[in-house]
Write a protein that binds this ligand. Structure first.
Ligand code: CP3
Length: 345
């Protein structure tokens, strides 16, 4: 199908549609019984993510069930630290762990293992062959700041304090970590594109914890470099930037990074964003995942508010962050029907 007939890709290319295309961050995951079954069979998240047949199946599950306009590659932002040589594990109920944490181990002592990314490219190729022609295929990577917070701390953290302090204390060492992530991320995204994704998203999930000056240095500058270099290697492939928690710094991000589209988290007033962002820049978002969890009129009101906020701007409907694992499937169906006003669903 010509790209112009894929609604989601069309919006990323700057076209406005009256019924916005929809996909959900973390749409492949634990709220789906078919995901839980396959994950249990494979024995864990990493086993699932490194098995191209299984990872492709998980990528396709929400497309089959809901007919979303976009499919997002099933993988994780922490595959890059894994390929940079840290050990990666996902314990049940405790989140990811990277060892050794770089807060007290040198980056240079890690043994790089780029071959760990090969199953991801194989997954992409499989999904690209199997997707319905109207569905847009999205790849992704974590942005350097967010990935660095996991690499330095060795796990998730409440306010990324360990990494923020490290970046002040030893700026040269931190710049080296960010640089290594950046290099591999450009390669990783270019390879995803070569294998078949049609657009990519840069997740900067912890962009919100930085002061304005550090935001310029560790969020805007590296994301801008990734965008520039990826456009050189893969011209015409749209890039969605998602600096979660950036708030009023979204305008500086849009100007400095110049992504093709920008993701809004649920704390951003979409009416404000419509006024503050460059005219015509497509936006993605930004229903509160907890409104989706709650359902009913709370959900309907939230959906209508987001839909009304962008009367002229190209808009992709999404949540402000990932879908929660306890979200009822009926609420997802209700969301899609309301966004599509039952005309396409
Ligand atoms: O969106 C999708 O459906 C595609 C797959 C995807 C996953 N992780 C699968 C996953 C994507 C795009 C991500 C991105 C990701 N991973 C981010 C950025 C987005 C965000 O949520 O802010 C971050 C920070 C991570 C790191 C990560 N991975 C954490 C903190 C966790 C544990 C928390 C949790 O939700 O369990 C993961 C594990 C993970 N990644 C799961 C999934 C489906 C759950 C693993 C399981 O099945 O137990």
């Amino acid at each position: 199908m010509p790209t112009s007939l894929k609604p989601l890709l069309g919006v990323l290319e700057g076209r406005r549609l009256d019924v916005p295309p929809i996909w959900l961050m973390r749409q492949a995951g634990r709220y789906l019984p078919e995901y839980r079954a396959l994950r249990a069979e494979k024995g864990g998240f990493l086993a699932l993510a490194t098995d191209p047949e299984a990872a492709a199946e998980v990528t396709l599950q929400p497309i089959r069930r809901f007919g979303f306009d976009g499919a997002i590659l099933f993988s994780d932002i922490l595959m890059v630290p894994w390929a940079l040589g840290q050990d990666l594990s996902f314990g049940v109920g405790e989140g990811p762990r990277l060892t050794p944490p770089l807060v007290d181990h040198a980056l240079g002592a890690l043994e790089r293992a780029p071959e760990r990314l090969e199953p991801v490219y194989a997954t992409v190729a499989r999904v690209a062959r199997a997707l319905p022609t109207e569905t847009t295929f999205l790849g992704f990577a974590g942005s350097p700041w967010t990935v660095a917070t996991y690499m330095v701390n060795g796990s998730g953290s409440k306010d990324q304090g360990e990494t923020r302090a490290f970046a002040y204390r030893d700026e040269a060492a931190f710049a080296e970590i960010v640089g290594a992530i950046l290099e591999l991320t450009v390669e990783y995204l270019a390879r995803q594109i070569t294998a078949g994704v049609e657009a990519v998203q840069l997740f900067d999930s912890w962009a919100g914890s930085l002061s304005p000056e550090q935001f310029e240095r560790w969020v805007i500058a590296p994301n801008a470099e990734i965008v520039t270099r990826l456009r050189e290697r893969c011209p015409g492939v749209p890039i969605i930037g998602f600096p979660k928690g950036a708030g009023a710094k979204l305008a500086a991000y849009a100007a400095g990074v110049a992504p093709d589209a920008i993701g809004l988290d649920e704390t951003v007033d979409p009416v404000w964003a419509d006024g503050a962002l460059p005219a015509g820049m497509p936006v993605q978002g930004n229903l509160d995942p907890l409104a989706l969890l709650t359902g009913g009129e709370t959900l309907d009101r939230g959906v209508d508010r987001v839909l009304a906020a962008f009367p002229e701007r190209p808009h992709l409907f999404n949540l402000g962050h990932g879908i929660g694992q306890h979200t009822p499937i009926a609420n997802v169906e209700r969301l899609i029907a309301r966004v599509r006003r039952d005309v396409r669903g």
